[in-house]
Design a protein around this ligand. Structure first.
Ligand code: C2O
Ligand code: CU
Ligand code: CU
Length: 530
């Protein structure tokens, strides 16, 4: 039997869901979708992940010991505690902070149970019955690290073992994050909760007087489905023995591990570090009543200049740093709303809209807000196309041979390496998306710049495999002018990025950050050659 991705999505059901959990009528007629329990928004205060302390720290380097385990944690006032996986007993895990050029070493101790809570699909590459059901390997997303510390999907460990990583932090101040990357089960480990922030600071950023301390707050946005007992649900596909589903779209939004929470704020500027750590959902975030968001940073650090945004678009894995000014808004309740369709940009799935609420009801602690957003933030020199030594054309495509599966360049993960940039060289990657959905493409070990996007004729490409452009080139907008490690690749467009490959030679991966895609072949190795 043969299904398309959309058909599998429609036919998926929740194996583990209690009867009290409803199947709701979806916004697309005829489509039944798992919706989970309805919960009152804005009744829980926003938690801010605590900053983890090193177990030892000589000058210039710090050592941490962080334990992965299962525990119960409240996610909403009206739910009993949820069984989750996390770090040092918290979901999201504690925030790690590092100073530029100071080495951080971490022991990641896997104390997880031996059985997975969610249905493992043993048909997926690397998740067969011949390997332990529960495995973990932590990847520092956005980190410039050696291959041996990168958290390669095949370098997993099983419960009872410890992964050692070395992070040199030789890169500008930025919002990074750590998360599990285990081959074939990343999507399930992510739903259970294995993610946290990793923030790099540097003196250049400190000099800018951006909102800091209690006014610099990381916000990780994730979608989930909860049953009436407050437990996580994840759908399974229609084919027996093959639980994999093409995308997970939750109906409840968590910010920092709480269902649509609220935050009491002072009438002043705040810096929010938004991270979309959802498996597949894209968010388009705006404030209601309307209020500008001033974007100051992206994946790899600060932009060269602030960008005024009405809405922030965040694909899975992506970060946006933005400053919001609540001065003059005393007494107001300002809601952070999402209105991105799922799958993005044209799907008809349920859209959870209420992300969180800001309540401007605390008095100013200091007499004046002395923070500012200067017109120049960081030095980001645009890379010129002429200096690239190689251009690669890479396609995102459906796999004609398998149900709902997607491929990079027509190849599977285990196929021999085809992307093998030379260390120190600059390449242009032209990513041609031949599918109907957006894919967030992520490269390990490096940061890159977006050049432009351009629409092409997909039907023609399918017939003749040549790319014929049908519209004019769309240059990168100001908010995408910084250093990126993930890029939104819209359907029927070629997205061009320019990538300086530098670091310690070795094997890394590039992949779609929709975790269901990544787990099922939309990931490829790349070799950084000496
Ligand atoms: Cu966020 Cu390959 O990772
Ligand atoms: Cu990464
Ligand atoms: Cu994808």
């Amino acid at each position: 039997m043969k299904f398309t991705r959309r058909e599998i999505l429609k036919l998926s059901s929740a194996a583990a869901l209690s009867p009290a959990c409803l199947l709701a009528q979806d916004e697309e007629p005829g489509l039944t979708q798992l919706s989970g329990i309805r919960l009152e928004p804005f009744v829980d205060p926003l938690p801010v992940p605590r900053i983890v302390k090193p177990v030892s720290g000589a000058a210039g380097s710090q050592h941490y010991r962080i334990t992965l385990s299962e525990f119960r944690q409240k996610v909403h006032r009206d739910l009993p505690p949820t069984i989750l996986w996390g770090f040092n007993g918290a979901m999201p895990g504690p925030t790690i902070t590092a100073n530029r050029s100071q080495t951080v070493t971490i022991d990641w101790v896997n104390n997880l149970p031996l059985r997975h809570r969610l249905a493992v699909d043993h048909n997926l590459d690397g998740a067969g019955k011949n390997v332990p059901e529960v495995r973990s390997v932590i990847h520092l997303h956005g980190g410039h690290v050696a291959s041996s510390s990168d958290g390669n999907p095949e370098d997993w460990i099983s419960p009872g073992h410890t992964q050692h990583t070395v992070y040199p932090n030789n890169q500008p101040a930025a919002t990074l994050w750590y998360h599990d990357h285990a081959m074939g089960i990343t999507r399930l480990n992510a739903i259970m909760g294995l993610a946290g922030f990793y923030i790099i600071r540097d003196p250049e950023e400190d000099r800018l007087r951006l909102p800091s301390g209690p006014y610099d707050i990381p916000l990780v946005i994730q979608d989930r489905i909860f049953d009436a007992r407050g437990q996580l649900a994840y759908p399974v596909g229609p084919m027996s023995d093959s639980p994999w589903v093409p995308e997970f779209f939750g109906t409840t939004i968590l910010v920092n591990g709480r269902v649509s929470p609220f935050l009491d704020v002072e009438p002043r500027r705040y810096r929010f570090r938004f991270l979309n750590a959802s498996n597949a959902r894209v968010y388009q975030l705006s404030l209601v009543p309307g209020q500008p968001l001033v974007q100051i940073g992206t994946d790899g650090g600060l932009l060269s200049a602030p960008a005024q945004r009405r809405a922030l678009l965040l694909v899975p894995g992506e970060r946006v740093d933005a400053v919001v000014d609540f001065s003059g808004r005393e007494g107001r309740h300002i809601t952070l709303m999402n209105n991105a369709r799922a799958p993005y940009p044209s799907g008809g799935g349920l859209i959870p809209r209420l992300v969180m609420q800001f309540r401007v009801r605390r008095p100013l602690t200091s007499r004046l807000d002395s923070s500012e957003v200067p017109p120049r933030l960081a030095q980001v020199t645009p890379l010129r196309e002429e200096i690239a030594v190689k251009t690669r054309r890479l396609t995102l495509q459906e796999d004609p041979a398998a149900n709902g599966r997607l491929l990079l360049n027509g190849l599977r993960y285990m196929d021999p390496v085809t992307e093998d940039p030379v260390n120190g060289s600059i390449e242009i990657w032209e990513i041609a998306n031949t599918t109907i959905d957006t894919h967030p493409i992520h490269l390990h070990a490096v940061h890159f710049q977006l050049l432009d996007r351009r629409r092409f004729d997909v039907a023609r490409q399918r017939r003749t495999s040549e790319i014929v452009f049908t519209r004019r080139t769309i240059p990168a907008p100001p908010e995408e002018h910084g250093w990126k490690d993930i890029v939104l690749c819209p359907p029927a467009h070629v997205t061009r990025i320019i990538v300086p490959f530098h670091g310690e030679p070795g094997r890394f991966v590039w992949h779609c950050h929709m975790l269901e895609h990544e787990d099922n072949e939309m990931m490829r190795p790349f070799l950084l050659r000496p």
